[in-house]
Design a protein around this ligand. Structure first.
Ligand code: FDA
Length: 319
C-alpha cells in the first residue's frame, strides 16, 4: 500500500497533528508499544531487561527537527545523562541521535558543539555514537558532517546510517568502508522521489542485499537493521558463504517489533542490538512505524479505545 504509507509519512511531519495526538486520551498507552517510556530511567530499565535477554541496546532520546537553541541544548544534555547512566549501570548499550535534534536546521556550528559534547563524553567511556539518517534532504549534509568528524577531527567513536532505498547508497558504503567506519544499513523510512530513491520494494531489497554484502565483506562491524525475514536470511547466507563470523557484525531491530524474530536470532547465537526510543516527542517516530505496517494502526486504535472516555461511558462507567 505505497499511497497509504506516503500519507502516513507526510502526516508524521504535521505539527498540528502532533499536538493533537500527543494530548489525545490513551496517547501514552498507544505509544508504549514502540516506545520504552518518557524518561531516561524508562530507557535504562528497558535496556536492562533486553541486556538480561542477551540483547545489546542503542538508546535514542526521541526528538527531531527542533527549532530553538534551548531545545537542541537540552537534547544534548539528555544524551550526556544517558551516557552517564549507561556507564553507571554497566549496560551493554550505546546511543543513537538525530542531527536535526542537535540543531542542524538552526546553525551548523551550534549543532557541531552539541554533537561534540556528546561524542567527547562517549569517547571518554569508550562508547559509540550513531548518527541516525533522516530524509534525503539531509543525506549529503549528514555524511559531510560525519567526514569532518572522522577525517579532520579524529573521532573514531562515530558511525552512520545508510538507507537501501537511496540510489547513492553503494557509493556511501564504499566511502565508509574505506575509512573503517561502522555503518547501520536499513531500508529507509521517509517518502523519497524517484530521482533519488528506488520506488519498488524489489529494488530496495535487492540493493539492501548488495550493500549488506559490501559491508560484511569489506566493512567494520556493520549493523544489519531489518525485520524482514528475507533480508535476515540473505545476510546469514552471505555470512556462511564468506566464512564471516557471528561476532563480525550484528543484526538490529526496533523496540517492540518482531520480538519473535529477535528471540530466534539470540537463540541461534547471532549478535542483536535493539533500538530503544524513549521520550515524549514520540509522534513522528510512531507515525513512521504505522507507515511501515498499517496493521499497527488497529493495535493503536484498540489501545486508545481501551482508555478513552467513550469506552468508559459505553461500559456504564464500570471500571
Ligand atoms: P519491511 O518494511 O520491508 O518489512 C518487512 C517485515 O518486517 C514486515 O512484513 C513485518 O513483518 C515487519 N515489520 C516491519 N516494520 C514493522 C513495524 N513497524 N511493525 C511491525 N512489523 C514490522 N530508517 C531511517 O530512515 N533512518 C534511520 O536512521 C533508521 N534507523 C533504524 C534503526 C533500526 C535498528 C531499525 C531496525 C530500523 C531503522 N530505520 C531507520 C527504519 C527502517 O528504515 C525501516 O523503515 C524499518 O526497519 C522497516 O523496514 P524493514 O527492513 O523492517 O522491512
Amino acid at each position: 500500500m505505497p499511497m497509504f504509507r506516503d500519507v502516513l509519512v507526510h502526516l508524521s511531519e504535521s505539527g498540528t497533528l502532533r499536538r493533537v495526538a500527543t494530548h489525545a486520551p490513551g496517547a501514552r498507552t498507544m505509544a508504549r508499544r514502540f516506545v520504552a517510556g518518557e524518561t531516561v530511567e524508562d530507557g535504562v530499565a528497558a535496556a536492562r531487561e533486553l541486556n538480561a535477554a542477551g540483547i545489546r541496546v542503542t538508546l535514542d532520546n526521541l526528538g527531531e527537527s527542533v527549532d530553538t537553541r534551548d531545545e537542541a541544548r537540552a537534547a544534548a544534555d539528555t544524551y550526556l545523562a544517558m551516557i552517564r547512566r549507561i556507564v553507571e549501570e554497566k549496560l551493554d548499550a550505546n546511543v543513537s541521535l538525530k542531527l536535526t535534534q542537535m540543531g542542524q536546521d538552526i546553525d551548523a556550528a551550534f549543532m557541531r558543539d552539541n554533537v561534540g559534547r556528546v561524542l567527547d563524553l562517549a569517547r571518554e567511556h569508550d562508547m559509540f555514537v550513531r548518527l541516525d539518517m533522516e530524509s534525503s534532504a539531509y543525506t549529503q549534509r549528514t555524511l559531510d558532517f560525519f567526514r569532518t568528524l572522522w577525517d579532520s577531527e579524529g573521532y573514531r567513536n562515530v558511525g552512520i546510517v545508510l538507507q537501501s532505498y537511496l540510489k547513492r547508497t553503494a557509493d556511501d558504503a564504499r566511502m565508509a568502508n574505506e575509512r573503517g567506519a561502522r555503518v547501520r544499513l536499513c531500508k529507509g523510512a521517509y517518502v523519497e522521489p524517484p530521482e533519488v530513491a528506488f520506488q519498488e520494494k524489489s529494488r530496495v531489497d535487492e540493493n539492501f542485499v548488495a550493500v549488506t554484502r559490501m559491508l560484511l565483506e569489506e566493512g567494520t562491524f556493520p549493523g544489519i537493521a531489518t525485520h524482514d525475514p528475507a533480508m535476515i536470511e540473505a545476510t546469514k547466507r552471505i555470512a556462511h558463504e564468506q566464512g564471516i563470523s557471528k561476532d563480525a557484525f550484528e543484526f538490529q531491530m526496533l523496540y517492540g517489533i518482531r520480538r519473535d524474530l529477535q528471540a530466534e536470532l539470540v537463540r541461534e547465537g547471532w549478535g542483536l542490538r535493539v533500538y530503544v526510543p524513549f521520550g515524549d516527542a514520540w509522534y513522528p517516530y510512531l507515525m513512521r512505524r504505522m507507515a511501515e505496517r498499517p496493521a499497527n494502526l488497529f493495535f493503536i486504535v484498540n489501545a486508545v479505545l481501551r482508555e478513552s472516555p467513550l469506552r468508559f461511558l459505553m461500559s456504564n462507567g464500570k471500571r
